[in-house]
Structures are given as structure tokens and as C-alpha cells.
Ligand binder design. Structure first.
Ligand SMILES: *Cc1c(COP(=O)(O)O)cnc(C)c1O
Length: 392
């Protein structure tokens, strides 16, 4: 490799370390659970998106093992060439019923689902109107589409209207996260749908952090707002509440038929493995059957957030189990996270550029599998370290 470029990369890495923005990745010696083993010690897990504890659920593991026995481990090639396994069809049908849409299509990840759908439906001469805090995969999907991208202020319907009113385009798509992962706030989807109708725009909502969390039985943001049939495109992931890996697009039958012919990640990248698909089917069946886990998740979140507020912590504007504990300075947030780790808690500090400068925080991801004792243990530690670092 070119020597100058190697030196450039070295310099970048040093700068990331010096500015406190270097990602160091923890190695787990256990499954993703309420507690995880790191460096031989048990740590309370406040870092995973495993909202319902399904990543390590016995029914999902059993379903995955059975699928491996019946279907093997790999899909063979892309579905249009090697054929599709009945498992994938089953999951797509089950997801359509669960989400109350006509049809769904699965992808290798949520990230890929955005890269698949946005460029397939938008191109030159079209305009995408995007919330300023949208997920990287929406942003990349927009860039790949070659459509013009206009950004509106986060969750701000005045700003959205202002942007929409100035557009002269072939097609317009409004794209938004459902739940914003850094603050835990929910997109004002009913207002977005209303504005979309007024300006003849389509709506895409990425429900990655809403599935398994919002709505009855965790059916997601569309169910939460009772907007069935009013949102053109729902993007989903299996890697959060569903506990596995994969992504999905939900919408009309004609949209799904079109994506099967046009979406490049569908045409040129192989499907998710039988084990993942079977485990995801088990997750959907489990949620259909009862919503105890979803209720437990919300009870836990309520208890934790109330207790933290009582202690004097600022948990921002969250409306979901995502709990940002605002610290401010990035260095302080990192120190807080390191102290938590020493005290037995694995919770990440997030700083610039993931969140705005001066808004660094500890992000606590609550799970249904946390026991009351676990949460009380954490609240005690937050209190101790909050006082130590003069945050409260
Ligand atoms: C996590 C996330 C994704 C990516 O999902 P993966 O299945 O992990 O690729 C996409 N969009 C949003 C909004 C997310 O939060």
C-alpha cells in the first residue's frame, strides 16, 4: 500500500484517540443478555439493542437449530438465481400479517434495506426530504439514489412544510427514522403523513428502534399511531428487538413486486441464512402470542427513567426505553462510562460527531430482561458516580 496513505491513516487514528473519538470495541465472552461477561467479569448490559432479550432466547435458538438441520447453513446464492427457501417466504408472510401490510421483503440487514428501497424508487429529477438526524443508512440510500436531497430540522413540522413548499419535482419522498436512537424521541408521523398528502409526497419510516417496542405487541410505529395503510414504506431490522440479523421492507404488494425486480441488494447479495430467518419467525410468533415482554420493557424503562430524574439526572426528551443520561462534555461522559465499567456496568458514552458538541451522554439501553434488582443496582452506581463527578 502507498506509504503516504498509510501515514495518513496512522495520523487519523492518533487524532481520533487524542480527541476521545476512537471506538474501542469490547469483547464479550458470553451471549447478549441482561448481564454479559467481559474480561472475565460479569457486567450489567446497558449497551445492546436486545430490547426483549430475544438474542439469547431458547425458543429462537431451538428454531435456528431446527432450520440448520432441515435447510443447512447457507442460502446458495441470491434468491433470483438459486431460488428462495420456503422459510424466507414464511417469514415474509408472517411479517406482513404482524405489521398489517399487504406484503414484505427481507434483506440482509436494516442498513441494506435502506440501500435497497431508496435508490429503487427515487432517481434524478426526484427530491428526498430527510430529517436532519436520520440514520446513516437512510443518508447513504439517499446518496445512492442520485435524487436531490433536502434536509428539514429534526422533527420540526414547520421546517418540513417550508422545505416541501419550495419543491418542484417528479416524485417526492419524505424519509424519517421512527424512533431516533440518540435521544429516544418519536417522529411525529401523523403530521408527516398529513403534510405528505398535502404535497403529494410519499413517506418512508425506518422503524428499527420501534419494532418490538412501540404499538400493540410491538407491531411498531405505524401501529402506535394507528396509521395502517397510510405510510408507503416501512423499513425494519431484525437486529434490535427481534434479536437476530436481517432487514425488511413492508408496504404494498406492488412495491414489493417492484423491489424484487429492481432492488440491487436483493438482486446482487445473498439472502439471510436459514438459521436467522427461522429464529426471526420464532420472534414474530412469540410477539403475536403475547406482549408480556413488551410490557416488561416499558415498565423497566419507566422505573429507571423516573428514578434517574428523581436523582437529578437529565434524561433528555426520550419517549421510549432508550435513555440518554446527559453529561455535556465528551471527556466527562467517557470518564463516567469508564467509572460505570469499573463498578460493573457496561454503558457507552456517546460524543461528537454521533451527537452534537457539548451534548455528550451515556446512553442506557433498557431491556425487558433486566430485573428490578439490576436496575436498582445501576441506579445506585449512577448516583455514586454522578456525585463523584459532580453531575448531580
Ligand atoms: C440500527 C438501524 C439500522 C441498521 O439496522 P441493521 O439491521 O443493524 O443493519 C437502520 N436504520 C436505523 C434507524 C437503525 O437504528
Amino acid at each position: 500500500m502507498n506509504k503516504e496513505f498509510q501515514e495518513y491513516m496512522q495520523k487519523e487514528l492518533v487524532e481520533l484517540k487524542e480527541s476521545g473519538n476512537f471506538n474501542s470495541i469490547r469483547t464479550l465472552e458470553s451471549p447478549q443478555g441482561a448481564w454479559v461477561e467481559i474480561e472475565g467479569k460479569e457486567k450489567l448490559n446497558f449497551s445492546s439493542n436486545n430490547y426483549l432479550g430475544l438474542a439469547n432466547h431458547s425458543e429462537l435458538s431451538k428454531a435456528a437449530q431446527k432450520a440448520i438441520d432441515e435447510f443447512g447453513v447457507g442460502p446458495g446464492a441470491v434468491r433470483t438465481i438459486a431460488g428462495t427457501m420456503s422459510l424466507h417466504d414464511d417469514l415474509e408472510e408472517k411479517l406482513a400479517n404482524f405489521k398489517k401490510v399487504e406484503s414484505t421483503l427481507t434483506f440482509q440487514s436494516g442498513f441494506n434495506a435502506n440501500l435497497a428501497v431508496i435508490p429503487a424508487i427515487m432517481s434524478k429529477g426526484d427530491v428526498i426530504v430527510s430529517d436532519e438526524l436520520n440514520h446513516a443508512s437512510i443518508i447513504d440510500g439517499c446518496r445512492l439514489s442520485k435524487a436531490e436531497i433536502k434536509v428539514y430540522k429534526h422533527g420540526d413540522m414547520e421546517s418540513l412544510r417550508e422545505v416541501l413548499s419550495g419543491i418542484d419535482a417528479n416524485r417526492i419522498l419524505i424519509a424519517t427514522d421512527g424512533v431516533f436512537s440518540m435521544d429516544g424521541d418519536i417522529a411525529p408521523l401523523p403530521e408527516i403523513v398529513k403534510l405528505a398528502k398535502e404535497y403529494n409526497a410519499m413517506v418512508l419510516v425506518d422503524d428499527a428502534h420501534g419494532e418490538g417496542v412501540l404499538g400493540s405487541h410491538g407491531r411498531g410505529i405505524v401501529d402506535h399511531f394507528e396509521l395502517h395503510g397510510e405510510v408507503d414504506i416501512e423499513v425494519g431490522t431484525f437486529s434490535k428487538a427481534f434479536g437476530t440479523v436481517g432487514g425488511c421492507i413492508a408496504g404494498s404488494e406492488i412495491l414489493i413486486d417492484y423491489l424484487k425486480q429492481k432492488a440491487r441488494p436483493f438482486l446482487f447479495s445473498s439472502a439471510v441464512t436459514p438459521a436467522d430467518i427461522a429464529a426471526t419467525i420464532a420472534a414474530v410468533e412469540l410477539l403475536e402470542k403475547d406482549d408480556n415482554l413488551v410490557q416488561q420493557l416499558w415498565n423497566n424503562a419507566q422505573f429507571f427513567q423516573d428514578s434517574m430524574k428523581d436523582l437529578g439526572f437529565d434524561v433528555g426528551k426520550t419517549e421510549t426505553p432508550i435513555t440518554p443520561v446527559m453529561i455535556g462534555d465528551a471527556g466527562e461522559a467517557r470518564k463516567f462510562s469508564d467509572r460505570l465499567f469499573e463498578e460493573g456496568i457496561f454503558a457507552q458514552a456517546l460524543g461528537f460527531p454521533t451527537v452534537p458538541r457539548g451534548k455528550a451522554r451515556i446512553r442506557v439501553m433498557i431491556s425487558a430482561t433486566h430485573e428490578k434488582d439490576d436496575l436498582e443496582f445501576a441506579i445506585d452506581k449512577f448516583k455514586k458516580i454522578g456525585k463523584e463527578l459532580e453531575i448531580i
